[in-house]
Design a protein around this ligand. Structure first.
Ligand SMILES: *Cc1c(COP(=O)(O)O)cnc(C)c1O
Length: 455
């Protein structure tokens, strides 16, 4: 009998103190940071939900594996173990290690794309889009229409619109579409999963036009678990079997091991194409390193080899998905507008409806993120007018949950702070830009508050 209470499927062996600050201190720190949370020192953060990338806790098995790391320049047995672990799940013929996901993207697009090409994706992640555009190709997002309705509860809002994909290929011409990508789960689209049915349908279109399909596989294990929970016919299959089937429909993938690799650094690029693999390895040697380490230490390869398997454990995935939903359901039940249903790795608050009196040009997402920091030392990330400029359709505040890092009481504390801020949201004002960089401005922007905040 499954119990009602889902416990963290681990106990804690090593603890990392977090530092308490007062609201007065935080108000001063955020002023000094120009109201940009990227500029606040991490040791002045109480609960850090800026990202789930590379911020997870490793297991005892991973720490033990680190000591097996063989740091030979060429032919390290750590690489053999890494490759075997990747191939057992992902199934691709060639496995090319990289220092993180974006390096895999850069190599993939450099080899496969040229100026004028078009790359469709359900939704490009920001580094994926940037690397695609850097080689002169156009990155086109084709999410299903429901993805734009935050309040709508549907099982697979990460799906690609297959009809639009076909029309895009017809209009562009097959020779200008070198690959199609599917991001599982759809990070920029609210961490929403892609169904197996959608992967199969996209693959069928790709096959008809002889275009390779690549998965942006960062959260492949979370996606596999959503398929198990939500898609008819998969309830009795293990997450590993489901992941294997997902990859069986693809010709290759890019991966950031900082997500479902449960490691602090690393990534890889896979392909079944021998000739592409050779070109990719040559580029790898140019900037990342020899193909048996690719910018990683042997010990990193060992940690990833173990982490990829731990990410597929059912107890872990059940806890992971339930704990993210726990935060989302608790705040939503009390009236906080969130992107529904809760995603795998993060909860996204709809800041435009949270702060209806703050217009988009006064950065409601930034205003809410700043307030969560001052009120409770919580760091989140704006995904809206600051990050996306004119292209922002929504102003979201993302609360990303690091893997195996915080306990339920930390999350209860986050819920309490969010509800406290909700109760006095009328007093929260917008901000104006004081400085912005010409690109990727969200990392370094500085602001002035339009309403003075006192403690
Ligand atoms: C994080 C991420 C990447 C890039 O990986 P890095 O390791 O940060 O370079 C690419 N795609 C998606 C969907 C991601 O979440």
């Amino acid at each position: 009998m499954p119990t009602k209470t889902i416990i963290e499927p681990f106990r804690i062996k090593s603890v990392e103190p977090i530092r308490r600050t007062t609201a007065e201190e935080r108000l001063q720190l955020i002023e000094e940071a120009g109201y940009n949370l990227f500029a606040v020192p991490a040791d002045a953060i109480l609960v850090d939900l800026l990202t789930d990338s590379g911020t997870g806790a490793m297991s005892t098995a991973q720490w033990a594996a680190l000591m097996r790391g063989d740091e030979s320049y060429a032919g390290s047995p750590s690489f053999t173990r890494f490759r075997e672990s990747v191939q057992a799940i992902f199934g691709f013929r060639h496995v090319i290690p990289t220092h993180q996901g974006r390096a895999a993207e850069r190599i993939l697009f450099s080899v496969m794309c040229k100026r004028g090409d078009v790359v469709p994706n359900n939704t490009h992640f920001d580094t994926t889009r940037a690397n695609c555009e850097f080689v002169g190709a156009e990155a086109v997002d084709l999410p299903v229409p429901e993805a734009a309705e935050p309040a709508r509860v549907l099982p697979f809002k990460g799906n690609m619109d297959v009809g639009r994909l076909e029309r895009l290929i017809e209009r562009t011409g097959r020779e200008r579409v070198p690959l199609v990508m599917l991001t599982v789960t759809n990070n920029s689209g609210g961490g929403q999963p892609v169904s197996m049915e959608n992967i199969r349908a996209v693959k069928a279109v790709c096959q008809r036009y002889e275009i390779p399909l690549y998965l942006d596989a960062c959260r492949y294990a979370e996606n596999a678990y959503f398929i198990k929970m939500r898609e008819p016919g998969y309830a009795d299959r293990s997450p590993r079997e489901i992941a294997q089937e997902m990859f069986s429909h693809a010709d290759g993938c890019t991966m950031s091991a900082k997500k479902d690799g449960l490691a602090n650094i690393g990534g890889f690029l896979c392909t079944n194409d021998d000739s592409l693999a050779r070109q990719e390895e040559n580029l790898l040697i140019l900037t990342e390193g020899f193909p048996t380490y690719g910018g990683l230490a042997g010990r990193d390869l060992e940690a990833i080899a173990v982490g990829l398997n731990e990410a597929l454990e059912e107890d872990y995935l059940n806890y992971r998905i339930a704990s993210t939903a726990y935060l989302g359901d608790h705040i939503a039940r009390s009236g906080v507008p969130i992107v529904q249903p809760p995603g795998g790795h993060a909860i996204y608050i709809d800041a435009r409806s949270f702060l209806p009196h703050v217009p988009p040009e006064q950065f409601p997402g930034v205003a809410l993120a700043v307030e969560l920091y001052v009120a409770g030392g919580i760091r989140s990330c704006e995904i809206g007018t600051l990050m996306l400029g004119k292209h922002a359709k929504m102003d979201l505040v993302r609360l990303a949950i690091p893997r195996r890092t915080y306990t339920q009481s930390h999350i209860d504390y986050v819920v309490e702070i969010i509800l406290e801020v909700l109760a006095r949201r009328q007093q929260i004002g917008g901000l104006e830009l004081a400085y912005e960089a010409p690109f990727l401005r969200h990392f370094t922007a500085r602001f002035r508050p339009l309403v003075a905040r006192t403690v």
